[in-house]
Design a protein around this ligand. Structure first.
Ligand SMILES: Cc1cc2nc3c(=O)[nH]c(=O)nc-3n(C[C@H](O)[C@H](O)[C@H](O)COP(=O)(O)OP(=O)(O)OC[C@H]3O[C@@H](n4cnc5c(N)ncnc54)[C@H](O)[C@@H]3O)c2cc1C
Length: 317
């Protein structure tokens, strides 16, 4: 049987650094991480959280084989470690190191609770791409191809992915980036090519303002997209045109998914020039944006990757 593209990595917490009121960078370390793969800038991984209230090994029941997922699901609730999805913010496999930027959003979820008390030297398990496997890891969605105009939008949970994407953009990239974070002090320094503008929006702290999660983001992106589409219709209709060499039906209905499901749709990696949008964050805001681009402005759905990274009021897993 082929070696899976992902596997469990046994690590420990090497460093914890508060970057801002809501961002905490954890560096995971281990010799095991020398075999870490990192295939795309928005590479997702799974963080296995310790079982609480267990004095013994808090990962003692976590299965470590090719079928870890099936075995994990079969465990009784009290022995099943919570699993949450994160992004590789940076990795130095040659040093056995991997950085994850966690959003600290209070004590409502196991990951956010853990980050508030993460300890140096603490054992942690990650599921991440295995560089020693010939299988593709998948798990990354940034596929702009030759797109001439990039639109990138996300909330704080997407800031790590967007930061890594920007670091890997060619110097001549063109586009606009919109990021919404909880607090003005959560604005981080980013490496940005000259032709890419970045606008940050903040919600003014923990108290939720009128537009709620994603409200500022949605408004700003819609304004930008309306102006861009009007201009494209006049001077660059090809930017909006159906993507060449895909057989997806551009008129197909958007997926209608029950309220309690996270929305996620990403186009095939092969792309032509034109426009490419990458949208990630709270599911309702991201879906609204995607609908505006595709239904409102007539952008081919194969030009839009949209990923509900989390959904307000719903725990992952
Ligand atoms: C591909 C992918 C990549 C991701 N990368 C990152 C990353 O690099 N950094 C990061 O911080 N997050 C990232 N996320 C989002 C992260 O997985 C979720 O925020 C996750 O729900 C956090 O788990 P939790 O245990 O803290 O909360 P959960 O137990 O999942 O949720 C508990 C409650 O908290 C709410 N909640 C969850 N996240 C937030 C939030 N950010 N702000 C306010 N309320 C929230 C939920 O709606 C729910 O009501 C990523 C998600 C995906 C799918």
């Amino acid at each position: 049987m082929a070696k899976p593209g992902y596997r469990v990595f046994d690590t420990s917490v090497g460093a914890v650094r508060r970057l801002s009121p809501h961002f905490v960078r954890v560096t995971f370390r281990s010799d095991d991480l020398r075999e870490l793969g990192w295939d795309g800038p928005d590479q997702r991984i799974k963080v296995i959280l310790p079982l609480s209230g267990d004095d013994g090994d808090r990962f003692g029941h976590f299965p470590n084989g090719a079928d870890w997922f099936g075995a994990w699901r079969a465990l009784p609730d009290e022995r099943r470690n919570p699993i949450r999805t994160y992004t590789i913010r940076d990795a130095r496999p040659e040093q056995g190191e991997l950085d994850v930027d966690f959003v600290a959003h209070g004590d409502s979820g196991p990951a956010s609770r853990w980050i508030a008390q993460a300890e140096l030297g603490e054992r942690m398990l990650l599921i991440a791409p295995d560089a020693t496997s010939d299988e593709p890891s998948g798990g990354w969605e940034w596929h702009p191809g030759d797109a001439r105009t990039l639109l990138i939008a996300g909330d704080e949970t997407a800031v790590p992915a967007v930061s890594a994407i920007l670091e890997q953009l060619p110097d001549d990239a063109q586009g606009a980036v919109f990021l919404e974070v909880p607090d003005a002090a959560d604005v981080l320094e980013l490496r940005t090519p000259v032709g890419v503008t970045v606008q940050w929006f903040d919600r003014g702290g923990d108290a939720l303002p009128a537009p709620g999660y994603g409200g500022c983001l949605v408004e700003a992106v819609r304004t930008w997209a309306d102006a861009w589409a009007a201009e494209a219709r006049r001077h660059d209709a090809a930017a909006l045109a159906p993507v060449a060499a895909t057989d997806a039906d551009p008129d197909a209905e958007l997926p209608t998914i029950a309220d309690d499901e996270i929305l996620w749709e990403v186009p095939e990696p092969a792309r032509d020039g034109g426009f490419y949008a990458w949208l990630a964050g709270e599911a309702t805001a991201i879906t609204t944006l995607r609908r505006h681009l595709v239904k409102g402005l007539g952008v081919d759905r194969n030009r839009v990757a949209f990923m509900g990274y989390w959904k307000l009021g719903r725990a992952e897993g």
